[in-house]
Design a protein around this ligand. Structure first.
Ligand code: NAD
Length: 490
């Protein structure tokens, strides 16, 4: 067999090669990266690869963040990273480098197109949707604490600017790609402030795009419908965690997670990767599907204005699948190609087009995203009205209230105690199970002003009275509206 790069050559018109950073990653990462680079090279994509090391090898060398300073320098300089999956241990160990990369580089939009590729993969529902996932906020803030022997917490952080930025990206993407509908998926019936903000900002932005339909679904029924009727969706806009889950569901329904790419878009840098992970169950066997990473690389080519190369490779890839040449994940028990044999088959088909599917176009992937509007930053009147003091205590709610009431004082009387969000004082239900973690709400009396000094004095009295304080949250009204949730049962 001749060297891969001499198969199906097509002269390139570019004189200089575009430098990009390439990280092979962990598990199946090196196998699929090798396959993808072989195809890019054979198609003479004018790229200069600067290989960097990230992930497990770095962690094991003692690089706590999973990436060395030299690698950051390459990413900063090239502004483009093509990355294989990285292993992140579950339940402990090092923090996710993926999340670090996305947040450090400000990669705010995660674009995850999912397609069933017409009849190329056999008889499947005609899925052609894009999940646009907010990429920096939500529960992925990664701020977790153990607060008592029994209770741990994870902070769900959403910013108005972050919500607006991703909503603007979703609508700009829809307009640029002729998409007709944006569906926002949230759980704002329960998380009224966080998911409520995401939805209300999306609604406001939607009003600027009258030609694009907008609807909003609660995530549970939305995910269920996506699993059964994915062909009904066009663009799905979701906060970070839901977007992650939804895109895996859509990819599996469409065929395989091995088919779904993602682009992580930022202002100064962009990262392209598969949505799937390092697949430790099949790593080293040479059977992984390189298609998701290949499609991510094609997105990268279009982003770099190399749409002609992208279309040529995509057509060859479609023709290869159309001829029934597949990796094991798609072969449904039939004959399957290894990772590298599949790459070689794609290379062999460079210059061909699919017969049963429209040919790929050399379109650019560029999306012109309008800046965040001033409206998102509008000033609101903010009044301090009280404090939630979280305490560790063992026993009954009434015992805790009896201890707190004489310490509370006139400025901030005790209004309510909840346990795991449910009110247990002044009213309670004997069936409510309680932990050692209590939220004690102190609210100012009507007509009085409340100050930080009142809160500090209250904390001092509670502490001197033997109450074990874990943390506090100030309670504010914004433009006269409570900026905090009620207790369940309140
Ligand atoms: P996974 O996506 O790695 O694997 C899930 C299943 O899909 C496995 O059965 C696997 O064999 C299969 N699969 C995945 N990619 C495939 C491919 N290209 N071809 C054929 N089959 C494929 O998910 P997981 O097992 O939950 O996670 C494994 C590791 O990957 C974890 O450490 C996780 O943190 C990490 N991860 C990394 C990324 C990333 O780097 N962007 C994303 C998700 C998970």
């Amino acid at each position: 067999m001749p060297p891969l790069s001499t198969l199906n050559p097509t002269p390139t018109t570019r004189k200089t090669k575009i430098p990009i950073a390439v990280a092979a990653g962990d598990g199946i990462g090196p196998e699929i990266t090798r396959a993808v680079l072989a195809i890019l090279e054979a198609a003479q994509a004018p790229l200069h690869y600067e290989h960097i090391e990230v992930g497990e090898a770095c962690y094991l060398r003692g690089e706590a963040s999973g990436i060395a300073a030299e690698a950051w320098e390459v990413i900063d300089r090239t502004g483009i990273l093509l990355k294989g999956p990285i292993t992140t241990p579950r339940g402990g160990g090092w923090k996710s480098l993926n999340v670090t990369l996305r947040k450090t580089l400000g990669l705010y939009a995660n674009v995850r197109p999912v397609s069933s590729w017409g009849s190329v993969l056999g008889n499947r529902p005609a899925i052609d949707l894009v999940v646009i996932r907010e990429n920096e906020e939500d529960l992925y803030a990664g701020i977790e604490h153990q607060q008592t022997p029994e209770v741990v917490q994870c902070l769900k952080l959403m910013t108005r600017a972050g919500c607006e930025r991703i909503a603007r990206y979703a609508f700009a993407y829809a307009r640029a790609h002729g998409r007709k509908r944006v569906t926002c998926m949230v759980k704002d019936n329960i998380m009224k402030l966080t998911d409520g903000l995401f939805r209300s900002v999306a609604e406001t932005v939607a009003a600027e795009y009258p030609e694009i339909a907008f609807d909003s679904q609660i995530i549970d029924i939305g995910a269920a419908r996506l699993a059964t009727r994915a062909q009904d969706y066009d663009v799905i806009l979701a906060p970070n965690l839901y977007g992650d889950i939804l895109s895996d569901i859509a990819a599996e329904v469409a065929g395989s997670v091995g088919l779904a790419p993602s682009a992580n878009i930022g202002i100064g840098a962009t990262m392209f990767e598969a949505i799937h992970g390092s697949a430790p169950d099949i790593a080293g066997q040479g059977i992984a599907n390189p298609s998701a990473m290949l499609l991510a690389a094609l997105h990268m080519l279009r982003h770099l204005d190399l749409g002609v190369h992208a279309a040529r490779i995509q057509n060859a890839w479609l023709r290869t699948l159309e001829k029934g040449l597949k990796t094991a994940d798609l072969a449904q028990g039939g004959p399957a190609l290894s990772t590298m044999a599949f790459a070689e088959a794609v290379i062999d088909h460079l210059g061909e087009r699919p017969l049963s599917h429209p040919s790929a176009s050399p379109d650019s992937q560029a999306v012109n995203v309008p800046a965040i509007s001033g409206q998102a930053k509008k000033t609101q009147r903010k009044d301090l009205v009280g404090v939630d003091i979280f305490v560790e205590a063992h026993g009954e709610a009434d015992d805790l209230a009896t201890a707190l009431l004489p310490l509370a004082g006139g400025a901030l009387p005790l209004k309510m105690i909840t346990n795991r969000g449910v009110m247990v004082w002044p009213k309670s239900n004997p069936h409510t199970a309680c932990s050692d973690h209590w939220r004690c709400r102190f609210l100012k009396t009507e007509g009085r002003l409340s100050t930080p000094a009142d809160i500090i004095a209250l904390l001092g009295r509670l502490s001197a009275g033997g109450i074990e304080i874990i943390k506090t949250e100030h309670l504010y009204h914004f433009d006269g509206q409570p900026g905090y949730s009620l207790g369940q049962g309140q």
